[in-house]
Design a protein around this ligand. Structure first.
Ligand code: ATP
Ligand code: FE2
Length: 329
């Protein structure tokens, strides 16, 4: 019998509902992002967005999957990491549905879900993962029952750096795609702080330096070009070292910033040099959405893990390496 899982995602400014089967088919994937002109997230506003729109997004998701509430076998939700009010709003909907439909509830780590949806798509067994988004920048590999963070940002995430730069320089939000387009017209490279410390990296110095270039009248396209080349070069260095160190032969790119073609090109080069396969998660599954939560929920459920409503408190600071990965050995 096929298992059907409804996954709810709501760690930050997006609320998503996705329906997956245990065969790995996405039946439906609906989401909506709180739009702000400034780009910054206000946790309470975002949680209100989730509460107000959540039920409608869930209903649309079920309708698009051409199923009924009673066809759902289990509910998965993003338990963390993320913004407390957003996580709580999402968890409340998940708990309500699990109780009302009398079906199992499964708690999912948002970062692990970004990796596993990529593994499903690529059929990779054991990749080094570059997970890049508005809130996270991590290079991850599986070792000893956990996903270990080999390297990560010591300050701001790469997507956040691009978004803040965009805000300061008068682009729209999210700025990542705009920076990418503008960079295509850049030709002069300006040296920016290249900050790799061991396996970790830092983006705040680059942000300050890029703003300074802008105040000195440097062309926007050249700033975007220089920022991308430097920021992505730093990621490539860490990814390369993670591959060399772990001897893994698969490189996975996931998270919202995975939509960037230049980053993809650079990491493809890294994989090639190490005779590794490369996969970038498709655009519709790269960012925050419910299908990845549903899929991770199914993996956990099949490994025998569910959670009681009474124990399903949210975990805003839940790290990638704090979860036992029961479905891998
Ligand atoms: P997380 O909770 O995992 O940190 P998130 O809330 O940031 O995720 P995502 O949808 O995963 O949500 O990522 C959004 C980020 O991706 C934004 O910072 C946005 O600027 C960035 N982004 C989207 N498209 C591109 C692109 N083409 N190039 C660079 N960055 C991009
Ligand atoms: Fe995410």
């Amino acid at each position: 019998m096929t298992i059907i899982c409804l996954g709810l995602e709501g760690t930050a400014h997006s609320f998503g509902a996705g329906i997956m089967t245990d065969r790995g088919d996405v039946l439906s994937n609906e989401y909506d992002m709180l739009k702000t002109t400034q780009g910054g997230i206000h946790p309470r506003e975002a949680s209100r967005h989730h509460t107000e729109l959540g039920p409608m997004i869930i209903a649309r998701c079920i309708e698009n999957a051409a199923i009924d509430y009673n066809d759902i076998d289990m509910i998965a939700f993003s338990r963390g990491p993320g913004l407390g009010p957003c996580l709580r709003a999402t968890a409340t909907m998940a708990r309500t549905l699990a109780l009302k439909l009398d079906i199992p509830l499964v708690d999912v780590n948002h970062c692990v879900a970004h990796i596993e949806i990529g593994c499903l798509e690529s059929k990779f067994q054991d990749p080094v993962t570059v997970y890049v988004s508005g809130g996270n920048t991590q290079v991850i590999a599986f070792a000893g029952s956990r996903y270990r963070t080999f390297g990560e940002t010591l300050d701001i995430a790469i997507g956040n750096m691009l978004d803040v730069l965009g805000r300061e320089l008068g682009m729209g939000f999210p700025a990542g795609p705009i920076v990418e387009t503008l960079a295509l017209d850049g030709s002069t490279f300006y040296t920016l702080p290249y900050s790799v410390k061991g396996m970790d990296l830092s983006y705040s110095g680059m942000l300050t330096a890029a703003k300074k270039l802008h105040s000195e009248g440097v062309k926007l396209a050249d700033i975007c070009f220089s920022v991308q080349e430097t920021a992505f070069g730093m990621l490539a260095e860490i990814a390369e070292r993670a591959i060399a160190h772990t001897k893994k032969r698969e490189l996975l790119l996931t998270g919202g910033v995975a939509r960037n073609n230049r980053l993809t090109q650079i990491l493809e080069g890294v994989a090639q040099r190490h005779d590794a396969k490369f996969h970038r998660v498709s655009s519709q599954l790269a960012g925050d959405q419910g299908a990845m939560i549903a899929w991770n929920g199914i993996l956990q459920y099949n490994a025998g893990h569910t959670i009681k409503v009474s124990e399903s408190n949210v975990l805003p600071k839940w790290r990638t390496d704090e979860q036992d990965i029961l479905w891998r050995d």
